[in-house]
Design a protein around this ligand. Sequence first.
Ligand code: BES
Ligand code: ZN
Length: 533
Amino acid sequence: MLHENNRRSVLACLFTACEDEFRVSIKYEATDGPGVCWLAPEQTAGKTRPYVFTQGQAVLNRSFFPCFDTPAVKSTYSACVKVPEGFTAVMSANKWDRRKTDNSFLFTMERPIPSYLVALAVGDLVSAEVGPRTRVWTEPCLLQDAKKEYDGVIEEFLTTAENLFGPYVWGRYDVLFMPPSFPFGGMENPCLTFVTPCLLAGDRSLADVIVHEICHSWFGNLVTNANWGDFWLNEGFTMYAQRRVCRELHGEAYTCLEAATGMALLRQHMDNSGEDHPLNKLRVKIEPGVDPDDTYNETPYEKGFCFVSYLAHLAGSQSRFDAFLKAYVDKFKFCSVIAEDALGFYLEYFPELKNKGVHKIEGLEFEKWLTVPGWPPYLPDLSAGQDLMEPAERLASLWGAEPLDLGAISEADIRPWRTYQTVYFLEKITELSPLPGGNMEKLVEQYPHIVNSSNAELRLRWALIVVKNQYRPGYPHVRTFLRSQGKQKYTLPVYRALQSGSEETRALATEIFSATSQQLHANVRNYVKKILV
Ligand code: BES
Ligand code: ZN
């Protein structure tokens, strides 16, 4: 049943116009389409049974079921999924039941959601409880790792977010660890976040992705961008919420350090694409026929984060802005909004700011935030992270020197550093690369814990450093890394670096791609193809 819950949608008009409800039954068969990903046993972690999963965002679910595939429209859903013996189905639904007689799974999502949040996975799946409303779902071979990594940690994320943003309305919060080819770090399917198995780092260091997806429970899933041109409303607010929660959990310094890494990613993106690129606007014009996924980049995330941070700054104090966020969610829950709704409500909520005309301050006009491409006109103060960033920057610059001051380098014991401090250090090394001759060998000797790390964030940075330095002994690492997982944000940067290197790195890219392309998600495969031509 479709809900008439969006003021702007054509559907709403249609439904209010006729008083009687009516049901439409559609019989259909889905053929091959990018929304439904069928995996052969070799493409799974266990390698013994096939697997199928769906990925709806942004507009892929139209190849999964007939729908009004726009985030402007929300509806509840129910589904009956019949699977072969020995398989388990899971969906983004708050109720589920198993009918043993014919191995069917019955799902109901009782809250209205946009089509892109309907999600299904079927495979050899098992689960374990890790909190009062949370289980981890995985293939059997990963269950112990998943339980160990997340046992007893997720509930604290949920309660911290609830305290900040209001009640969690979705009932359960479960996490499904996907096969290695899953193209994202995480996907906020309601009741059941899908995540890359890379999050099983062994030391709980990559849980910020879970925090991010949890925050979508309010920003994105409750209050949804009404069209993909305002995607920053989903991701910018969620980045702000994620870092707000992380501040409560890990403190100001570490959160600022992580945010600084985000700023560096935005800087790289804008340098590569050119600041004036139309995709470097918060509000993107998506022409008919253009796939919103093709507009995906760091801008809605990090420039969006800056804009929301600016709104917080204008509010005058954290507690006033926290109260605004709660009110915003309450006002627009189960609805879809455009930027004007969010910003209009902000000015209504803070009438004194509206009277002062904060939305029209020269250079910082809300309108300009949305429509002018390029670097954000306001940056949040990240100086609280300085004590963590500075040692990393200083050490990186020692590695850029010739000759190396190995004495000074050895004084810095970086083994106790937390993951994002090491990531920050490696980002700085990448910026300085290629390093002067011979320094790579010394770097390898000095930091075996980085070179041999199984942490995907470190492996990515190490692969990029290897490629940028055309460091041949590191090529097997690049190969294994690209073979071991298919996350878009890991895969594309490595191929881009390989392609802009030398004849030799280009040949390496082609070799790796021909061996791994079948494992990649169809979209990621196409993006790599574009990089390699
Ligand atoms: N909703 C996104 C993933 C997405 C975006 C899928 C656009 C399809 C189209 C998800 O919440 C996300 O942002 N994931 C990030 C996590 C990170 C920012 C912590 C990712 O996958 O890297
Ligand atoms: Zn997100």
